[in-house]
Design a protein. Sequence first.
Length: 67
Amino acid sequence: MDEMLFSAQSGPLRKGRKHLINHLKGARLTQRQAIQAKCYDCDGMGETGKCDLKHCPLYPYNPYGVA
């Protein structure tokens, strides 16, 4: 878990970053915060800032906009 926390803390500033960090530190998240955190994680810690995984059930809610 420490490695994932380090990756999140050193990742680019994008939506979901602070929510993922808070989750990894044990904080409770709202539903929207959890979605943003998961999208940040799935995107390789905010690597690209866009989502093209249309088969993902969270795709309509992703913080990077629906393509």
